[in-house]
Design a protein around this ligand. Structure first.
Ligand code: AHG
Ligand code: MN
Ligand code: MN
Length: 328
């Protein structure tokens, strides 16, 4: 079977937008470089901590910063890229005076970086929006404005998953050649599932509807779900979303009493929005428990939000647990 390369796919899908083709190719090239650095980090003394903290107050790893620089360098020359919003950089990086139609790139250089030292999958998440008003240096656009989103997963293989809002397609990087080939065309999330992912160590912090939903899942065949519900937690959202795009499931990082002040754990602009965009494009659903993630009006670039995403019926069911709780 002949598979399209990412380059072939982009040039046939985006005939009228060469600048966007270049931008996505530059992101994909950056991801290939990051993948190489991740795989060889032990030889370069790049595991462990960097000794610094980011704007979120989280300890940075050398590879968080290296990955950030690789994306910046790879994409920074694009003449239509106006600004970068990175998890690792407090301020928005403006590359030029914005013009209507210019691109804005939001990214999490390395997602799941607490897993680096234990050699578990990590990834890079990105989202692309467009400047609509040249007068304002505004990066706070809601998720429905995304024109493209995706991620690279550095696991047993390096896979680049991408959507412009219709199909979700996965391209595996062929080792030895560095070329991405379309290996996972039209990824879809089944509407129903018997698998959920949550950091259950936080149970004491959960709000009532989340606790009730998880307790019901754990009751298995004897509970209201009347079936065995499988559990997974990788602690790399990018790997959890990839699993859901391949075989369904639901992922929760809810607001709880320990993260409520911040609004949740995951960041809206470069974690929740791009993943919600991909999950919706694949037929799934992404919610805070009360509202659609893509409809959240952003208030600041590093804003955190609750995230519940995956198989449509399961996310709807979790929203119903929230509604029942609100009504009582
Ligand atoms: P990051 O490494 O970019 O800070 O993101 C980590 C996120 C997400 O990928 C994952 O689902 C979650 O944090 C893990 O949180 P816990 O440590 O609470 O399991
Ligand atoms: Mn992350
Ligand atoms: Mn990160």
């Amino acid at each position: 079977m002949t598979q399209d390369s990412l380059r072939q796919y982009l040039s046939s899908t985006l005939k009228n937008d060469p600048a966007l083709v270049f931008l996505i190719e530059d992101i994909a090239a950056a991801c290939r470089d990051i993948s190489y650095r991740v795989r060889n980090a032990a030889f370069a003394g790049e595991l462990g901590s960097a000794g610094s903290v980011n704007i979120q107050g989280e300890a940075q790893k050398p590879l968080d910063l290296i990955a950030n620089d690789i994306v910046e360098q790879s994409c920074g020359q694009n003449s239509k890229l106006a600004a970068l919003v990175s998890e690792e950089i407090e301020e928005v990086t403006w590359l030029k005076t914005p013009e209507v139609g210019d691109y804005l790139l939001y990214f999490d250089p390395l997602d799941g970086s607490s897993n680096l030292d234990v050699d578990v999958s990590v990834g890079t998440i990105f989202s692309v929006m467009q400047v609509r008003d040249a007068q304002s240096k505004d990066v706070l656009k809601q998720g429905t404005e995304q024109i493209c989103a995706g991620y690279a997963l550095y696991g047993p293989s390096t896979i680049f998953v991408l959507s412009f809002g219709q199909d979700v397609n996965g391209f595996t990087c062929k080792s030895g050649t560095g070329t991405y080939y379309l290996t996972h065309p039209k990824m879809t999330v089944p509407a129903t599932t018997s698998e959920y992912a949550i950091n259950a160590a936080r149970r004491d912090y959960w709000e009532a509807p989340v606790r009730e939903y998880i307790d019901d899942c754990m009751l298995g065949v004897n509970g209201p779900r009347a079936r065995f519900m499988n559990m997974r937690w990788i602690a790399s959202m990018v790997a959890e979303v990839h699993r859901i795009l391949v075989r369904g499931g639901v992922f929760l990082y809810p607001k709880d009493s320990n993260n409520a002040k911040a609004g949740g754990k995951l960041r809206l602009m470069y974690e929740a929005n791009p993943m919600a965009f991909l999950i919706e494009a694949a037929g799934g659903k992404a919610s805070t428990g009360h509202a659609r993630i893509l409809d959240i009006p952003p208030t600041e670039p590093h804003q955190r939000v609750p995230v519940i995403l995956g198989s449509r019926d399961e996310v709807t069911l979790i929203e119903e647990y929230h509604q029942k709780n609100d009504a009582s």
